[in-house]
Design a protein around this ligand. Structure first.
Ligand SMILES: [Zn+2]
Length: 460
């Protein structure tokens, strides 16, 4: 019975991948056409929930209010409480900016030159479509068989604005419903143009950890308003400029976190050669020296091993031309490595600025979490990728930015971030930018990768 079943499955599977190509691209195009800028996800949610129902998924809304709607589409009802493989995606997109910079209308979903064009095509609607068609391949068998896992597609709101209307709600109040064994969300991808690698075989990074966001306001308040010609040397504008100069020019110390060490070890293994053998020993002095050099020349490397402080804007209390402003503010965007606390970085900032007047306030902070230690699910994901992208190597990776993934990681759930596709530098730069696109090939291959991952898990 089982053998027979697998045979029909394989037949059905090959057939449905080919068929899925055009329907997947058409569905993605329609999905991109819904202008679901953060806070306006409802229409996109109802559209996708309906598509999921039509396909045969069990759809359950987690919450549904204007501006915050989250739903699950699963093989089996969540109430069955089966161990669950959760695929996470977000429905919201960032604004398109001025349409005149786009080659195609940003919400046109135009299919041209082997690509789907538009805001969200890559981030994150393309991934949702890949997850959808991969899971859909197992619907038929879920009706007949008691598969060992449930598979859930989790569609959320508000990722681009910090996850408060989406993943935060799900993680905080509803996670038990899901019984997640792992969560697979957005994150790394395949790259073959990594500047710091000499060997040009594609490397896929599955993210196992992320930096924590922190937004700070620094304020210099002095008593010296008054006439600009008679002030002392320690007026607010001057203190701010000098303090920021010290802070932004102070070299950030290199920190090799556990997560980065796991990554470098795997990367060394993957690239081999002299460079690889040095990388394989991330706690050696030789590696540290090499890392110092690499991170000086390559911001991509630097971001992986340092906390990052960016001045995102300044604000002055300007009045008359001949009057000093007595209060000045600077805004910092800070990205913290796993293991660096908010208190620690605030202490660092205060001591480098080194004046008595600066006050630091936290405006907002993201979720902190230690990384996921690669487990059997990581190995299964990696082998599914390596099967489809021959010659590629998969490594665990630290993402120097942050996504919703940390909400789930912080609960102790293993979380992997992966867009199962080869991404060029140009494609990466178009995210949150003009002319965002996804290649049709990315979608079709991505469906194959997730399908073969699920096949190994569900038919074990
Ligand atoms: Zn995204």
């Amino acid at each position: 019975m089982r053998r027979y079943f697998i045979f029909t499955f394989l037949f059905f599977f090959n057939f449905s991948v080919a068929l899925a190509d055009s329907t997947a691209i058409r569905l993605l195009s329609e999905y991109v056409q819904i202008e679901s800028v953060s806070g306006k996800e409802n229409e996109a949610a109802y559209f996708m929930a309906n598509e999921c129902r039509k396909a045969g998924f069990v759809v359950e809304y987690i919450n549904d209010t204007t501006g915050s709607v989250n739903f699950a589409a699963s093989l089996y009802p969540l109430s069955w409480n089966k161990p669950n493989i959760v695929f996470h995606n977000h429905m919201d997109v960032v604004p398109a900016g001025s349409g005149k910079y786009w080659d195609y209308p940003p919400f046109g979903g135009v299919i041209d030159k082997g690509k789907v064009w538009g805001r969200g095509a890559m981030d994150n609607k393309g991934l949702a479509i890949i997850q959808f068609f991969a899971a859909k391949n197992f619907l038929r068998s879920s009706y007949d068989l008691d598969l060992p896992y449930n598979v859930t597609l989790l569609f959320v709101s508000g990722e681009e604005t910090g996850g408060i209307t989406g993943s935060k709600i799900v993680a905080k109040d509803f996670i038990e419903k899901f019984n997640p064994q792992i969560v697979i969300g957005e994150g790394g991808a395949g790259m073959d143009d990594l500047g710091f690698l000499t060997k040009k075989s594609p490397i896929f990074g599955i993210t196992i950890a992320e930096k924590q966001n922190l937004w700070l306001r620094l304020r210099w308040n002095t008593d010296y308003a008054g006439h600009a010609s008679i002030v002392e040397n320690d007026y607010a504008s001057m203190l701010m400029v000098n303090g920021l100069y010290r802070l932004l020019n102070h070299p950030m110390p290199i920190i090799i976190t556990n997560e980065a060490a796991i990554m470098f070890r795997a990367l060394g293994e993957a690239i081999g050669g002299v460079k690889g053998s040095v990388m394989k020993k991330p706690d050696s002095r030789l590696f540290f020296k090499a890392l110092e050099l690499m991170s000086k020349n390559d911001p991509e490397v630097r971001d992986l091993v340092t906390n990052k402080i960016t001045l995102s804007g300044i604000e002055a209390n300007r009045t008359a031309l001949n009057q000093n402003s007595n209060t000045e503010s600077a805004y910092l965007d800070v990205r913290l490595l796993p293991g660096t606390s908010v208190e620690e970085i605030m202490y660092y900032i205060k001591s480098v600025i080194n004046d008595d007047i600066v006050e630091i306030d936290i405006i907002d902070r993201g979720m902190a979490s230690a990384g996921t230690v690669p487990d059997k699910y990581f190995a299964l994901l990696a082998s599914a990728i390596e099967k489809e992208f021959t010659d590629s190597k998969v490594i665990p990776m630290l993402l120097p930015a942050s996504t919703d993934n940390n909400f789930f990681r912080a609960l102790g759930i293993p979380v992997y971030g992966i867009n199962p596709m080869m991404v060029s530098d140009k494609q990466l730069k178009a995210i949150h930018n003009y002319n965002e696109f996804i290649k049709i090939e990315d979608v079709t291959k991505g469906i194959v990768v997730f399908s073969s991952f699920l096949e190994n898990l569900l038919y074990q």
